[in-house]
Ligand binder design. Structure first.
Ligand code: NAD
Length: 353
């Protein structure tokens, strides 16, 4: 068992171990001895695979269990679904001493987390991430959200869970393209904070090291979140590859998967940094080799001008300035604020081969 302690507005542990889903009941009981009911939020695909086991182990330790399932996918992370979930919790008479359990990928985690944060002004919740992306990224750090018509994740709060249980066994059922999207975020973590992780990804079979790879990513994110829980500065470094990545998603109306857009974004942003002599070329070669190894794209047909126009919507823009995440060496990125007027030149440099 790997335990990673998080010190934030609520302290909690992130546990990583094979078979952890089978321990959900005991662990939930130990954390919340006075809770009578557990409300599981899942999606239809994950529910079919893992809901029964989760319900059984929770009932074995005395919880009364209710379950709410959404259609899989981003389209379910909306205001209507959120209010429906709150009504459902109220109808099931879930109280502040009960617990909510998010069993699923990032969509379930973000929606259930936001509901837990706001229902009765806050009910404790446990995250059981079931995708690689959710294990290494969305379940860590307490960002919860739903999408609005104007864009993704536009309504949400910071609300930390009481525990995160990562059971890598559940990744066995994950479709390959969804796993691959998680790999893009794993590479991002390595680029931000752990050159050894990148080395390991390039040279060792990933399946043999999954728990340690998840732990390495979680540790990087944990360290950053502990220093900047509410995203006022350093936490933005986790958006490496996302300025261009989000621009690509916006341009294609989200038809390109997020992980692919981030992979291309990392390449453009790293090449830009190399061209500006802020980053050694080895960093770009390594990134290129990793994307190649995991069959992730590194090139876009959108022009620099198109990417620039779409990137002006970036969250890290404030008035006439925009903050970019710049790789400075293998395993280290820095924030750099520049006038928006210079962004086009950056993207142009990043798009040239
Ligand atoms: N809160 C944060 O800090 C944060 C960070 C990154 C991303 N996110 C959010 O995460 C979401 C994306 O998460 P995701 O990539 O996990 O997508 P997802 O939750 O949509 O899951 C992807 C697909 O995999 C299926 N699935 C999940 N686990 C499975 C399993 N074990 N076996 C078989 N199928 C399984 C799901 O049913 C779904 O169809 C986005 O909404 C994004 O905004 C949040």
């Amino acid at each position: 068992m790997i335990t990673i302690a998080v010190k934030a507005s609520r302290d909690y542990d992130i546990l990583i171990a094979s078979g952890l889903l089978g321990q959900l009941g005991d662990r939930a009981k130990a954390l919340h001895p006075n809770a009578a009911a557990a409300a599981i939020v899942t999606d239809d695909t994950v529910g079919q695979l893992y809901l029964k086991q989760a319900e059984t182990v929770l009932k074995e330790v005395g919880f009364s269990v209710v379950a709410y399932s959404i259609s899989p996918g981003e389209a379910s992370k909306n205001g209507t679904q959120y209010l429906h979930l709150l009504d459902w919790l109220a109808e099931r008479q879930i109280t502040r001493s009960d617990i909510i359990i998010a069993l699923g990928g990032g969509v379930v985690g973000d929606l259930a987390g936001f509901a837990a944060a706001t229902y009765l002004r806050g009910v404790t919740y446990i995250q059981i991430p079931t995708t690689l992306l959710a294990m290494v990224d969305s379940s860590v750090g307490g960002k919860t959200a739903i999408d609005l018509k104007a864009g993704k994740n536009l309504a949400g709060v910071f609300y930390q869970p009481s525990a995160v249980l990562c059971d890598p066994d559940v990744l066995d059922t994950l479709p390959e393209p969804v796993f691959q999207e998680g790999i893009a975020e794993v590479i991002k973590c390595g680029m931000i904070g752990d050159g050894r992780l990148l080395d390991q990804l390039l040279n060792e079979p990933i399946q043999d090291n999954l728990s340690h790879i998840i732990a390495a990513c979680v540790t990087i994110k944990r360290d950053i979140v502990e220093r900047d829980e509410f995203d006022h500065g350093e936490r933005q470094v986790l958006n490496f590859g996302h300025t261009v990545g989000h621009a690509i998603e916006r341009l294609c109306d989200y038809s390109i998967p997020h992980g692919h857009a981030v992979a291309i974004g990392m390449m453009v942003e790293t090449r830009g940094a190399v061209k500006k002599k802020l980053c050694p070329p080895e960093c770009l070669y390594l990134l290129e080799s990793l994307l190649h190894r995991f069959q992730l794209p590194g090139h876009t047909d959108y022009s620099a001008q198109e990417l620039y126009t779409a990137a002006l919507y970036d969250k890290k823009r404030a008035g006439d300035e925009i903050t970019l995440v710049i790789p400075r060496e293998i395993g280290r990125c820095e924030l750099m604020t520049l006038p928006v007027a210079q962004l086009l030149a950056w993207i142009e440099a990043g798009c040239q081969s």
